[in-house]
Design a protein around this ligand. Structure first.
Ligand code: HSE
Length: 293
């Protein structure tokens, strides 16, 4: 039997739509795999009642099929689905790493990213690798066409998950189909600043580089209370705020030592809009951890 811990991730980071991602030190999914004649899937934990166990529809099942690695797969969800924290991606990434070890496939981590992206396609309709790449590789990742760049960054991060669900599929439907030149210049400037900030593990540069005038404004309309949560986070010590992945989780980059005050201000701001939420004081973390039994 093989067990893995697959971390939550934040994709996009505002300016890097479908390109940027980070792994979080927590929360995470725990996945066990055992060899079997055919794949079966059991899911427990956060939001498990909403996750398909049909192997053709479950991201881990699609990965087992793509790897030709049938298994009894047990997933304990630490990451609620439809959260914007890469829940389906974590299961796909964890399954890819676990099954690669179980069946001695000897695929590289980068090859596993593209296999796990096929699992993501089953969940969201498109095979983007911006969540599975950081879940497997850890740190900050840049997925640009078929190239993946991985940067080991060290930053505190706060993510606040409200009790609202948004599917990636729906959150992609609200996006503009084109952008003007000014927006392009703004986005490139932000993305370059964010990348420099990650290389220097500098929260101010990363916070500045979250700014995006194309994707984020279209999606904040889907998150009740976004503006007040954003304002509360900034007032209590965040240097930048944006939507995590396709939402509804909101990401804040706190100034050094301000995680706690930012997290509680975000929860309070959601509460004053009548919405319960959970804030994670976390940090950029490593990729899937493998335990051989
Ligand atoms: N980049 C994706 C989106 C996140 O924002 O739709 C899910 O991979």
């Amino acid at each position: 039997m093989v067990t893995v811990r697959a971390p939550a991730t934040v994709a996009n980071l505002g300016s890097g739509f479908d390109v940027f991602g980070i792994a979080l030190s927590h929360p995470a999914d725990i996945i066990h795999v055992e060899p079997a004649e055919e794949t079966t899937i059991t899911v427990t934990g956060a939001g498990s009642q909403y996750i398909p166990v049909n192997p053709k529809k479950n991201t881990a099942g699609v990965v087992a099929e793509a790897l030709d690695a049938p298994a009894t797969i047990t997933i304990d969800k630490g990451i609620r689905p439809a959260s914007g924290l890469g829940s389906s991606a974590a299961s796909a990434a964890g399954a890819a790493v676990a099954l690669n070890a179980l069946y001695d496939k000897e695929l590289s981590k980068e090859e596993l990213v593209w296999i796990a992206a096929k699992g993501e396609e089953a969940a969201s309709g498109e095979a983007h690798a911006d969540n599975v790449a950081p879940s497997i590789l850890g740190g900050f990742t840049i997925v640009s066409q078929d190239r993946i760049t991985n940067i080991d960054a060290h930053l505190e991060v706060v993510v606040c998950l409200p009790e609202i669900t948004i599917s990636t599929r729906n959150a992609r439907e609200v996006l503009p189909k084109s952008l003007d030149l000014d927006s392009h210049v703004h986005t490139v400037g932000s993305a370059a600043t964010l990348t420099a900030g990650m290389l220097k593990s500098n929260p101010e540069l990363v916070g500045h580089g979250l700014a995006d005038s194309v994707v984020t404004p279209a999606r904040t309309q889907l998150i009740k209370g976004y503006e007040s949560v954003q304002a509360a986070a900034i007032e209590s010590g965040a240097v930048g705020v944006t939507v995590s992945g396709s939402g509804p989780t909101i990401l804040a980059i706190p100034k050094k030592g301000k995680s706690r005050s930012v997290a509680s201000a975000m929860v309070d701001a959601f509460f004053s809009q009548g919405i319960q939420s959970t804030a994670y004081q976390t940090r950029i973390g490593g990729g899937v951890e493998l335990y051989l039994d």
